[in-house]
Write a protein that binds this ligand. Structure first.
Ligand SMILES: [Zn+2]
Length: 323
């Protein structure tokens, strides 16, 4: 049952169940993980995979697990989706530590970092139409331009030559020549919204995140985040990218592909059992009927990152797919 944990006007929410979390002062915690969903719809199978994988890895290592609502991209948000996500996590036994952080309340921090980068001449205004530069490396067109009064522009960061190497805990080493493959990338969009990469890097650092366990669809953008971490001189977290849940045709199970609310597709314990299987953890068959709490406890005790398939994507069980 849900209770009055969600004090929405203040955007505060406290975890309800601390019994699975070892009593440990924060200073001694060597592992801080997180789950950071965008409240653009209900949790689908793909997002539960990311939530469960990051949760079990954190708890298996006696770590903290924080929840952040990535609600910066306002055009994509769905009213009330944040509360539904919190409730779904509780139903699935994924209890987080401390208060929920909302990115929409962190603008001051983003502005501060932006001013820092600006003062070091690392940013420049870009006036290129979005459709001209979308989907390919930015050729540096506006690098020498100055800000023109009253004209809307994005802000890009100058990328230095060189290869960024990601030593992932699950996938094989990932290398990206950021300048050639991505180019100078956007830090603040033309519509005034802070870019995901800037916000995520600042929030992870501010929250003291040590381990980022998330879907492999974010691998290609990790070098941008590593580059920003270096520029902003923040601690680099460790990354583990889980295989992405996809349809038979390889399409990501996502809100965009009209994925359904996972809790409408079966009992919570069945969802968890299927997720454990998807993540290669091989739960015994007799656990398929076990209650949520028991499955989570089993997952924490038996979690092995080395069992997670080293694949970019895996076809999701049929009932969770839309195609
Ligand atoms: Zn430009």
């Amino acid at each position: 049952m849900q209770d009055a944990r969600f004090i929405n006007p203040l955007h505060l929410a406290l975890t309800s169940d601390l019994s699975l979390i070892p009593d440990m002062p924060r200073s001694q915690v060597k592992y801080v993980g997180r789950f950071a969903p965008t409240p653009s719809g209900p949790l689908h199978f793909g997002s539960i995979i990311a939530a469960l994988g990051s949760y079990l890895d954190a708890r298996h290592h006696q770590g903290r697990w924080l929840l952040r609502i990535d609600d910066l991209d306002t055009p994509r948000l769905q009213a009330g989706a944040d509360d539904k996500i919190l409730a779904a996590l509780e139903t699935l036994g994924l209890h987080w530590d401390g208060m929920v952080v909302y990115q929409s309340r962190r603008h001051e921090a983003y502005q501060h970092a932006l001013a820092n980068l600006q003062s070091r001449d690392l940013l420049f205004p870009c006036y290129c139409p979005r459709k001209l530069v979308k989907g390919r490396p930015y050729p540096g067109t506006c690098r020498q331009r100055e800000v023109e009064k009253d004209r809307q522009h994005a802000l890009r960061i100058k990328v230095a030559p060189g290869t960024v190497v990601l030593h992932d805990l699950i996938q094989t080493e990932y290398r990206q020549n950021l300048l050639d493959e991505v180019g100078d990338f956007i830090i603040r969009r033309a519509d005034g919204l802070y870019a995901y990469h800037l916000a995520v890097v600042l929030d992870d650092a501010w929250q003291g995140i040590t381990h980022i366990v998330r879907g492999a669809d974010l691998m290609a953008s990790t070098p941008r985040q590593i580059y920003l971490q270096q520029q902003l001189a923040v601690e680099l977290p460790v990354y583990a990218h889980l295989p992405l849940a996809v349809s038979q045709t390889g399409v990501k199970i996502s809100k965009q592909s009209m994925a359904k609310d996972v809790l409408l597709l079966g009992a919570p314990n069945t969802v968890l059992f299927n997720c454990l299987n998807f993540l290669g953890q091989q739960p015994e068959a007799d656990l398929s009927q076990a209650p949520v709490r028991e499955l989570i406890q089993w997952g924490i005790e038996h979690w092995q990152l080395s069992r997670v398939p080293k694949l970019g994507s895996i076809i999701a069980p049929e009932k969770y797919r839309t195609t």
